[in-house]
Design a protein around this ligand. Structure first.
Ligand code: UD1
Ligand code: CA
Length: 455
């Protein structure tokens, strides 16, 4: 059997009016990833080898985004928003040149699993002309309702066109459909716009197809959380909650301990090894890779960071993009690390900022140390060698290098390179004035007493 090519058409042109946003709806994120990227990823993993995206509202922004994240997708523009059938037609060029099944997905439905999508095209192979993903919910308001007669899907009625009896139907349209090769353009042409919204509804392909004697079937998904369509901010938050629930379950299934799972937040690409312990209230923003056997302590925020085995991070640590912690590194409370490699066994434990730097193995960075990496215009590098002892409250004015085995005195401002094994002082020398402390205190006390007796 030859495997047919499968085209996925993703509709993403809608105004997203209910989001009340300057950002196009499909660029809003769930799990740190724009909705459109999640949909395209599911389509690919669900079997699509060709991708077409229909954009419209905020087209420039969406196009620029797709150029970066989905250069394999063909992009079409729907110039007026006349409904989902009209949107699908905008991709007519891709449809006309395609032989094989066609999937249609919505850009605002990001949680559908690849296997669920694959089940639709399987239904085509088993003889259906059109297969549509439906789901049952106790909160059907806003979704199109599936009309099933004698076990066959015959029509979909949109919320705005539904009479009270139809509104009680709990079987809903997810928006995801699959069409047998070559069918879709002819069906769309026959779809009219005599409905409450005056739009061309792609959902009418079911009634049109059925009238032509085609076989339309509903595949009913068993997990309604996959089909949340995002139209407003409340649905965006609901989708985020579903994503987080899935991510927490997966992290634990893979061997991580989440002490308080509901307080840990993941991104779509977070990678946690086995036997990672994550304490409460930790956020993994995108791009984080945490190796096995590490502890991420409470209230830490990680983004674009790598943490190697045996490291301990936090509590209250912030790892920003480019933070790269080697094995057994300790990063403690109120420490921020950005674009810096910290080698094996080094410790940066208290109240410190390390940016655009490298720190050698076993080096100890004292409390309150700061790399001054920015002169207001340019960023500069700080290089700290291995086995260095950085005294508390050291300021490293970059560019600067501190050699292996060197020591900086507490409170130093280091502006010149420190050779290997040297000790650097960069602070005013302390002076002692015998008796002056007590005399000063006595003078102040007398002044206060005089002021009091005058009132
Ligand atoms: C749609 C379905 C509904 C289904 C629900 C699932 C139709 C007519 N209705 O309703 O049956 O239960 O999704 O979430 O299909 N779009 C365009 N161009 C347009 C209009 C829409 O590209 O002219 C895109 C939108 O960007 C969106 C998708 O199509 O990604 C769906 O449009 P939306 O307005 O969100 O439809 P719903 O009212 O949610
Ligand atoms: Ca929608």
């Amino acid at each position: 059997m030859t495997v047919q090519s499968c085209l996925a058409v993703v509709l993403a042109a809608g105004e997203g009016t209910r989001m009340k946003s300057d950002l196009p709806k499909v660029l809003h994120a769930v799990g740190g990833r724009p909705l459109i990227d999640a949909v395209l990823e599911s389509a690919r993993a669900g079997g699509a080898d060709r991708l077409a995206v229909v954009i419209g509202a905020g087209a420039d922004k969406v196009r620029a985004h797709l150029n970066k994240t989905a250069s394999d997708a063909q992009v079409f523009e729907q110039c007026e928003r006349l409904g989902t059938a009209h949107a699908a037609l905008a991709a007519r060029e891709a449809l006309a040149s395609h032989r094989g099944p066609v999937l249609v997905l919505f850009g605002d439905t990001p949680l559908v699993r690849p296997a669920t999508i694959a089940a639709l095209t399987k239904r085509l192979s088993a003889g259906a002309d059109i297969a549509l993903l439906g789901f049952t919910t106790d909160t059907p308001t806003g979704y199109g309702r599936l009309i099933v007669e004698d076990g066959r899907l015959v029509a979909i009625v949109e919320e705005k066109d539904a009479d009270p009896a139809t509104k009680t139907i709990r079987l809903c349209n997810s928006g995801i459909m699959a069409f047998r090769s070559g069918l879709l353009p002819g069906l769309i042409e026959a779809i009219g716009n005599t409905n409450a919204k005056g739009e061309y509804y792609l959902t009418d392909a079911i009634a049109v197809g059925t009238a032509r004697g085609l076989r339309a079937e509903a595949v009913i998904g068993d997990d309604e959380s996959e089909f949340v369509g995002i139209n407003d901010r409340a649905q965006l938050a609901a989708a985020e909650a579903i994503f987080q629930r899935r991510a927490r379950t997966a992290a634990m299934a893979n061997g991580a301990t989440l002490v308080a799972p509901d307080t840990v937040f993941f991104s779509f690409d977070t990678r946690l090894g086995r036997d990672v312990i994550v304490e409460p209230n930790v956020i993994f923003a995108p791009g984080v890779d945490v190796a096995s056997g590490t502890v991420i302590r409470a209230f830490s925020h990680l983004e674009g960071a790598k943490v190697a085995a045996g490291a301990v991070v936090g509590p209250y640590a912030r790892l920003r993009p480019g933070a790269d912690l080697a094995e057994n590194v300790h990063v403690g409370n109120f420490v921020e690390i950005k674009n810096a490699r910290v080698d094996q066994g080094a410790k940066v434990n208290h109240l410190t900022y390390i940016g655009d730097a490298t720190i050698g193995a076993r080096t100890n960075v004292g409390a309150g140390t700061i790399t001054c990496n920015y002169d207001g215009v340019f960023k500069h590098k700080t290089i700290i060698g291995a086995d260095v002892f950085v005294g508390s409250n050291t300021v490293m004015v970059a560019p600067v290098t501190v050699g292996d085995n060197a020591l900086t005195a507490a409170g130093s401002v280091i502006t010149a390179d420190v050779p290997n094994g040297a000790m650097a002082f960069g602070r005013a020398r302390q002076e002692i004035k015998e008796g002056m402390g007590a005399a000063k205190k006595a003078a102040l006390a007398a002044k206060k007493a005089a002021a009091k007796s005058a009132t």
